[in-house]
Design a protein around this ligand. Structure first.
Ligand code: ATR
Length: 288
């Protein structure tokens, strides 16, 4: 006889503070239905003070995996018993997975999520291309290794505080050609791809990047996303960029990679992107 469903339903969720706005339950709900996986996925709002204790409790009570979002991604590194190489490179964790021996693996699927969206969904070529990454915080650090693995001609990291960009470039210098500069030192003309990895959008700001970096054929990609065009997307379109994208695809792809880590099954992401589009959450895509 089959056990009751409640006994067999594995528990997952996303931890953040705040977290009520998260799309992850919606996304993982579609993934689990699509793949026939018996699992629940809930929101957990833990403050920074209670994060470690409550995350441990979640696993002690039978939880199988968590996504970690702001502001806990760095604190999550210390809670993990082991890190994957990509989480160690990122120095941040966005996915916890309970292993069979009861230990917690810390992983980071953000970089893979970005590369999948850029390459697989958008058909953007990274190899031999000039890439500008704006911002030198955690979001930027998390995507450098997977981008450099695709052998771009160069990556320029530009940051409001130039020292942070220089330091970050130094950390990754063995993995490829990259330079860290302040906004005023950006040189060499236009870029093939510009990625906004700053948190400027959150305050409605646009990083003070010189207009000369954008050509009509430059792809501008904002790791942030919103119901309407983000300030960075509006900035890019105003400068004549014909392809300015928000980070909805990265959001869905990093979730799919977490799902694969947990369940060993890769869900297809197209139905989720379609569902988001149906909810009119991708206004910038109509501009493509
Ligand atoms: P995250 O982990 O989200 O990357 P972070 O480590 O606080 O957060 O980094 C935020 C990034 O956004 C930094 O690169 C920051 O620039 P500084 O290092 O100079 O602070 C950048 N940022 C935030 N607000 C910005 C703004 N209004 N203009 C330009 N850059 C901004």
């Amino acid at each position: 006889m089959n056990a009751p469903a409640a006994d067999t339903t594995d528990q997952y969720g996303v931890v953040g503070h705040p977290v009520a706005h998260s799309w992850s339950p919606f996304i993982h709900g579609i993934f689990s239905r699509e793949t026939g996986q018996a699992m629940t996925y809930r929101l957990y709002d833990f403050t920074p003070e209670e994060f470690h204790q409550k995350a441990r409790e979640f696993f002690k009570q039978g939880g199988r995996g968590l996504n970690i979002t702001l502001p806990h991604k760095i604190a999550a590194v210390d809670l993990a018993d082991d890190l994957t190489a990509r989480a160690a490179h990122a120095a941040a964790v966005n996915t916890f997975a309970l292993r069979n021996d009861g230990t917690i693996l810390g992983d980071n699927t953000d970089g893979t999520g970005l590369v999948r969206d850029l390459c697989d969904n958008q058909g953007i070529v990274i190899t031999h291309r000039r890439i500008l990454i704006i911002g030198a915080g955690g979001a930027s650090r998390g995507v450098l290794a997977p981008l450099l693995a695709l052998s771009p001609a160069e990556i320029v990291i530009a940051n409001r505080t130039s020292e942070r960009a220089e330091q970050l470039a130094k950390t990754f210098e063995k993995l490829g050609t990259l330079h860290g500069v302040g906004f005023r030192q950006i040189s060499g003309g236009t870029f093939d791809l510009i990625i906004n990895a700053t948190s400027a959008s959150l305050s409605g700001d646009i990083p003070a990047v010189p207009a000369g970096v954008v050509a009509p054929e430059t792809v501008c990609y904002d790791m942030a996303y919103g119901k309407t065009d983000t300030p960075f997307v509006r900035w890019a379109l105003k400068l004549g960029c014909t392809r300015a994208l928000q980070g909805w695809g990265m959001l869905v792809e990093q979730a799919a990679e977490s799902f694969r880590v947990w369940r060993g099954v890769r869900p297809s992401t197209a139905p989720v992107l379609t569902a988001l589009k149906e909810r009119a959450l991708l206004p910038s895509m109509t501009a493509q």
